[in-house]
Every structure is written in structure tokens, then in C-alpha cells.
Ligand binder design. Structure first.
Ligand code: C2O
Ligand code: CU
Ligand code: CU
Length: 514
């Protein structure tokens, strides 16, 4: 097994700055000034409701007991905006929780203090192409860029992470693994009117699996070894730390969970077998709460859960767990990527202990968002098919093609304002969480067209209702989504969000034509 990539200790990386006001990122480029002419608002113009900077840099943080680990991470600093815009959910690993409100005009200065190119992608946000952090707009080491955008998304949990892709492949997997990823919450009026659990009753949980060498050094297996299955670590971290018991009261809680892992799919359940109540997905609140026996959460997906503990006894314990399912022919065992989480095992992500009585017990609303719309699909809506297949020794492909920079084929051009159905047909033996940039879509059909693939253990937990930017397509399935291309023309990406699949070419640009 190869251990690749010492993360820190590289020449030319600035030492940690004790203050957030960093000098030396002077080669400023401004993405805002490059906005396509059709951008529907002139967002370069302030005033800005929120103005912050994010610096991608290296450092050490405590993760496991003992020696701190070298990581790459985002350090945030707020220049303007509500004080709760940036909050730490760990020791800056993962990145700060960014909290925005719909309607805000945001400016962010993005600084690269790493020894290689990076970008900052706002995953799930409806932003113009030049603000989207795409690989064609890298931020070079020592440089910075400024982006400006209007927050125009429904309330929900989104996230941000790097998206560089060079001649030797993508670096999304490595850079996110090293620590460059963070959660982003958007709030809006619809959500506020529901008075959902907030404050200590709202928990944001970023799930990421990692492997460590002897001295608590993060290790990453890239290349061919993990190209097929993606990187699987041998332990799961929650907000950058091993799971820890949280003390809670007898009241409802809202758990907002991001799967920030490179390749691991979670099967989230309650330890006592109670159903999992879902109130939202990656694109915000559902129309109404739904119950599932468990929730299947693929890389890049988010889920918003509600759990009511008002009937619990003080002293009671409960845990959010994940089952290690048998992953088809890969078996979920040791194998190439080195997952040492045993197949069939159940591991705790969020152990809870009821320690006190509390009375903040709002009931779960029966209707969450009565205005939730799906794209207007008619019998005439065009269907665009994407076959997901394996390329011998070269990873996976979409319609036989792999990443070719900004090259867009004829069948990858859509028209601004149109609604289309995209269907993903998975003829490979690996699951693919398919992600489309720049918009949210609806999953309108999931059909099993080949029975022999053996991933059915995940089926009952697929949350297909609501809005999504990433949909899991299991082997042997055909999944149809409906999407509408609004507001911005230009280049966007669509790709598998298994980061090793993506970095090895399972990614393409599509063009929205005005
Ligand atoms: Cu989460 Cu193309 O990204
Ligand atoms: Cu994205
Ligand atoms: Cu994939």
C-alpha cells in the first residue's frame, strides 16, 4: 500500500499567520469583473451585506489524541456582515461554517497560500459561471481572487470545497481530504417562519473518513489504487474529530449532515431502530417531513433530520449510526483502498446522552414548504441520456468521454430558460453520485434496469423527494432528473462526486447557451 502525499512541510508555504489580515496575496484577479454580459444583476457593485475572506493554507490541528496532524484548511475572516456569518465547527478543520441569508449581496476574497493551484467552489449555489470556482479559473499559489454574488438559493445546507484539475488529473480529492472543505448554511423567510430548532438544538455535522499513520499523520491513497472505488479511510471523523458523546435535553433537535467524504456512502440510522425523520435535502426543506428506515447519504449530499427527544428519560442514550453495507463485488473489506471498517459493522457517528429536562418542544410542522415547485415537465420535455461506464484502467466515463477541459460536445449544450430531463444510466459496477453545477433539480424517476448488481441494501434509504444537486445512481439503475437552466449562461460542470472518479476524469463541462 502506498502512502501518498505528506500534506504539509512543503517549501514556499507561508507559516500560519496569527492575525487574519494577511499580506502577500497581491496578484489580485477579480472574477466579478469578468462576469458574462448576460448576468442578470450587476453584482460587482456594492454595497455588500457580507464581505469576508477565506485563506487556503497549511497548518496543524489536533485531530486524534497525541500529536497534532498536518492539514490544509480554510481560515476565514469577516470584514462586513452579521457576526454569526462565520463560525467555527472545529479547529478550522473542516473550514468555518458560513451562514448566509437569501437576498444578501456577498463578496469573498479567496487567497491561495498553498504550494499548488486551488479554487473555491460553492457547491449547490446558483451563482454565475465565473464565481463557481471551476478548474478553468485556478487561483495560483500566492495569489488571490475576489468573487461577488447574490444569495439566491432556498434555505439549506450547502458547502464549499476546491475544484482544481490540472494536466495530471484533478486535485479535488486530495485537497478536500487534506482539510479544504466547509459547510455553508443559507437561511430564508420560509424557514424562519417555521421556527425550527436553533441554537444548541441545531447541530451541523460534517462526515469525513480518514486514515492516519503512526504519528497521527493523515495518509491518502491516490492513483490507480483508489480509482475504482474511491478513497475509503479507516475511521470516520465528525467535524474533524472522532465522534464524541453530546449531552442533550428532552427536546427536539435538528441535525444538518453533510457527507464531505471522498467516496464513502453512509447508511444513517438510529441505534434504537426508530425511523429517521427527514425534513430537508441538499436543496433545502422538503414540502413535508418524510420517514425512512435509514438514509443513504452519498458524497456531497446533505440531509436535514429532525429528532424529538421530549419523551426521553434522563440518562437515556441514543446514537446516530452508520451501517457498513456490503458494497457489491468490492465487498467493503480491506481491498485496494484500505478501508478497515469491517463489512457489516455499525459505527457510531453521534452518540447522544440525555442529561437534563428541557421544555423547548416545538412540534414538528406538518408542512415545511408549501411553495416547493418542481421544474415544469411535460410530455414534450426533451430527454438527454448520459451513460455511466467504465474505461478499462482509466476510471469511469460519461457517454464514453472523460474530462477534456472546457471542450463541450454538441450534446452538452443546453439553452437558457429551458427545462430538460437528464437520465443517468449506470452500466458500471460502482455507484455514482452525479452532481450538476449551478442549479437544483428534482429526481423524477428511479428505475432498476439490471437486477444483478447487488447494491440493493442502499435502496430503501434513498431520499429522492425535494431538491437536489447530487443524486446517487446505483449500479444497474436509470435515474431521471428534471432541471431548468435559469439566469446565467456559460460553462458549468457536471460530474460524479466520488472525488476519485471525478479526479480521474468522470467530469465534463456543459454549456448554457443564451
Ligand atoms: Cu462539490 Cu463540482 O462539486
Ligand atoms: Cu458543485
Ligand atoms: Cu462515480
Amino acid at each position: 500500500r502506498r502512502l501518498l502525499g505528506r500534506i504539509g512541510g512543503l517549501a514556499g508555504v507561508s507559516a500560519l499567520s496569527p492575525t487574519f489580515l494577511l499580506a502577500g496575496c497581491d496578484n489580485e484577479t477579480t472574477a466579478g469583473s469578468n462576469l458574462p454580459a448576460s448576468a442578470h444583476r450587476d453584482v460587482e457593485q456594492g454595497p455588500f451585506d457580507v464581505d469576508f475572506r477565506l485563506s487556503a493554507q497549511s497548518g496543524t490541528v489536533p485531530i486524534l489524541p497525541g500529536t497534532p496532524s498536518e492539514v490544509w484548511y480554510y481560515r476565514g475572516a469577516l470584514a462586513e456582515g452579521p457576526p454569526d456569518t462565520l463560525a467555527s465547527i472545529g479547529e478550522s478543520y473542516p473550514g468555518p461554517l458560513i451562514r448566509l441569508r437569501r437576498g444578501q449581496r456577498v463578496r469573498a476574497r479567496l487567497e491561495n497560500r498553498l504550494p499548488e493551484d486551488t479554487t473555491v467552489h460553492w457547491h449547490g449555489l446558483h451563482v454565475p459561471p465565473n464565481v463557481d470556482g471551476q478548474p478553468r479559473l485556478p487561483i495560483k499559489p500566492g495569489e488571490s481572487t475576489t468573487v461577488a454574488f447574490d444569495v439566491d438559493d432556498r434555505a439549506g445546507l450547502y458547502w464549499y470545497h476546491p475544484h482544481p484539475h490540472g494536466p495530471n488529473g484533478g486535485r479535488v480529492g486530495f485537497q478536500s481530504y487534506a482539510g479544504l472543505a466547509g459547510p455553508l448554511i443559507i437561511e430564508d423567510e420560509t424557514e424562519r417562519a417555521l421556527d425550527l430548532p436553533g441554537g444548541e438544538q441545531e447541530m451541523v455535522l460534517v462526515l469525513q473518513d480518514r486514515s492516519f499513520a503512526g504519528d497521527n499523520e493523515l495518509t491518502f491513497v491516490g492513483g490507480m489504487g483508489s480509482m475504482m472505488r474511491g478513497f475509503l479511510g479507516n475511521r470516520v471523523l465528525v467535524n474533524g474529530r472522532p465522534p464524541e458523546t453530546r449531552e442533550i435535553g428532552t427536546q427536539p433537535y435538528r441535525l444538518r449532515i453533510l457527507n464531505g467524504s471522498n467516496a464513502r456512502i453512509y447508511k444513517l440510522a438510529w441505534s434504537d431502530g426508530r425511523p429517521v425523520t427527514v425534513i430537508g435535502t441538499g436543496g433545502g426543506l422538503l414540502a413535508a417531513p418524510q420517514r425512512y428506515p435509514y438514509v443513504t447519504l452519498a458524497p456531497a449530499q446533505r440531509v436535514d433530520l429532525w429528532v424529538d427527544l421530549s419523551e426521553a428519560r434522563v440518562g437515556e442514550q441514543l446514537a446516530l449510526v452508520s451501517d457498513q453495507y456490503l458494497s457489491g463485488m468490492m465487498g467493503g473489506m480491506g481491498g485496494m483502498g484500505g478501508s478497515r471498517l469491517p463489512a457489516g459493522a455499525r459505527f457510531e457517528l453521534l452518540p447522544l446522552r440525555v442529561t437534563h429536562r428541557a421544555h423547548d418542544g416545538q412540534p414538528l410542522p406538518e408542512v415545511l414548504d408549501s411553495g416547493l415547485k418542481t421544474p415544469p415537465v411535460t410530455p414534450d420535455t426533451p430527454i438527454r441520456t448520459f451513460d455511466l461506464t467504465m474505461k478499462m484502467m482509466r476510471g469511469f466515463a460519461i457517454n464514453g468521454r472523460q474530462f477534456e477541459g472546457t471542450t463541450v460536445a454538441d450534446d452538452e449544450v443546453v439553452t437558457l430558460g429551458d427545462t430538460e430531463i437528464w437520465e443517468f444510466v449506470n452500466a458500471s459496477m460502482m455507484p455514482h453520485p452525479m452532481h450538476v453545477h449551478g442549479l437544483q433539480f428534482a429526481v423524477i424517476e428511479r428505475k432498476r434496469i439490471d437486477r444483478q448488481r447487488g447494491w440493493s441494501e442502499l435502496e430503501a434509504g434513498l431520499v429522492d423527494t425535494g431538491q437536489h444537486d447530487t443524486v446517487l445512481v446505483l449500479p444497474g439503475e436509470r435515474v431521471r432528473i428534471a432541471l431548468t437552466f435559469t439566469d446565467f449562461d456559460g460553462l458549468y460542470l457536471y460530474h460524479c462526486h466520488n472525488m476519485e472518479h471525478e479526479d480521474n476524469g468522470m467530469m465534463r463541462y456543459y454549456r448554457v447557451r443564451a
